[in-house]
Design a protein around this ligand. Sequence first.
Ligand code: HEM
Ligand SMILES: *[C@@H]1O[C@H](CO)[C@@H](O)[C@H](O)[C@H]1NC(C)=O
Ligand SMILES: *[C@@H]1O[C@H](CO)[C@@H](O)[C@H](O)[C@H]1NC(C)=O
Ligand SMILES: *[C@@H]1O[C@H](CO)[C@@H](O)[C@H](O)[C@H]1NC(C)=O
Ligand SMILES: *[C@@H]1O[C@H](CO)[C@@H](O)[C@H](O)[C@H]1NC(C)=O
Ligand SMILES: *[C@@H]1O[C@H](CO)[C@@H](O)[C@H](O)[C@H]1NC(C)=O
Ligand SMILES: *[C@@H]1O[C@H](CO)[C@@H](O)[C@H](O)[C@H]1NC(C)=O
Length: 331
Amino acid sequence: MQAIRAVLLGIAVVLGLGGVPGGEAQLDEKFYDGSCPGVHRIVRRVLKEAHQADVRIYASLTRLHFHDCFVQGCDGSILLDNSTSIVSEKFAKPNNNSVRGYTVVDAVKAALEEACPGVVSCADILAVAAKISVELSGGPRWRVPLGRRDGTTANLTAANHVLPSPRDNITMLQRKFRAVGLDDTDLVALSGAHTFGRAQCQFVTDRLYNFSKTGKPDPTMDAGYRVQLARSCPRRHGNRTALRDLDPATPDAFDKSYFTNLQASRGFLQSDQELLLAPGAPTAAIVARFAGSEKAFFRSFASSMVNMGNIRPLTGGQGEVRKNCWKVNGS
Ligand code: HEM
Ligand SMILES: *[C@@H]1O[C@H](CO)[C@@H](O)[C@H](O)[C@H]1NC(C)=O
Ligand SMILES: *[C@@H]1O[C@H](CO)[C@@H](O)[C@H](O)[C@H]1NC(C)=O
Ligand SMILES: *[C@@H]1O[C@H](CO)[C@@H](O)[C@H](O)[C@H]1NC(C)=O
Ligand SMILES: *[C@@H]1O[C@H](CO)[C@@H](O)[C@H](O)[C@H]1NC(C)=O
Ligand SMILES: *[C@@H]1O[C@H](CO)[C@@H](O)[C@H](O)[C@H]1NC(C)=O
Ligand SMILES: *[C@@H]1O[C@H](CO)[C@@H](O)[C@H](O)[C@H]1NC(C)=O
């Protein structure tokens, strides 16, 4: 059964690749077969170690790859710290005090530098870490195209504008995904990553108490779920940064419950529920399909992750392979 699923996913991923705009087919699953054959094994080992101390890490690393790829492509730009030449994306509104996992990326990089110095890029580490994180959480497996080079620039302004906001409506979400070549199926499938990980109270309090300045809760949220969330995210004297599960059903498992939650009006973010409820939204049918079939969700998620990983990669002689993920070589 597992083997059959793997073969089906493999086919889906290959078909998915054919639809990538811009033809960034230079990435290759076998890229490190000669130069660093242990890359997957090493990343997996470091991630499993990190997970012993932090059950949230698989979700955090999956998100890190997303926030890298949307901003000037999958070039590891999000990992760069402030320096004379860099204004770090880490302090952009969607990232500051929110994106995490940087130290685990550094640990992976250190282990890879030990095994194969100067070979594996930080951008590829993010792609492999996301893939292994999903797999270790019970999600689909896919072959991840590799060979990305690391960028030597970052763009704080872009990070502030191109990443989706939890209060974006369906039109904005579609626009931001289309801007990087991703369609409605990618949008819905990739949003399914909210099947694991945490979010801060500050991203749901307006839905609980004062939705769109109406002074009332978001009418599209299930009342029982609202009461439950209100208890842990109180209106007054609450902790804005306190963490809640994005998926109350199975918080750390990668499964299709994100979609069944949406059907029960138990989406955490406005942008989540929007996929199902926006009037006339073409995404509603995709939500229903994934809620009904984990196989369908897993297959689409795998090919959409490949599509996202193909956003404007640097390849060949472009960019560099950083020695430290947080700084440009020689700086
Ligand atoms: C569709 C638009 C999206 C919006 C508006 C959005 C927004 C957010 C927000 C606000 C959080 C909580 C952050 C915090 O509380 O600090 C979050 C968490 C998360 N997001 Fe998204 N996201 C989107 C799409 C994605 C995609 C495409 C992925 C990956 C493929 C993803 C993966 C995650 C994960 C795994 C978490 C939990 C991270 C953790 O626990 O550290 N999200 N997202
Ligand atoms: C990095 O630079 C940005 C933009 O200038 C600034 O907002 C941020 O506080 C700086 N962070 C650190 C740690 O110096
Ligand atoms: C980032 O978060 C820190 C608190 O950790 C805050 O002091 C700083 O002002 C924030 N930076 C930006 C640019 O919002
Ligand atoms: C940074 O991103 C902004 C907004 O996406 C864009 O207008 C600008 O050209 C970018 N800057 C550089 C140097 O690429
Ligand atoms: C969606 O959001 C954008 C930006 O906030 C806004 O201009 C637009 O009117 C909204 N569309 C709908 C249908 O609410
Ligand atoms: C809801 O928010 C708006 C704008 O932030 C504010 O003017 C209004 O007083 C709030 N209503 C309640 C009942 O808190
Ligand atoms: C708020 O929640 C965060 C995250 O759980 C925690 O680190 C912090 O100590 C809390 N702050 C207060 C004032 O309780």
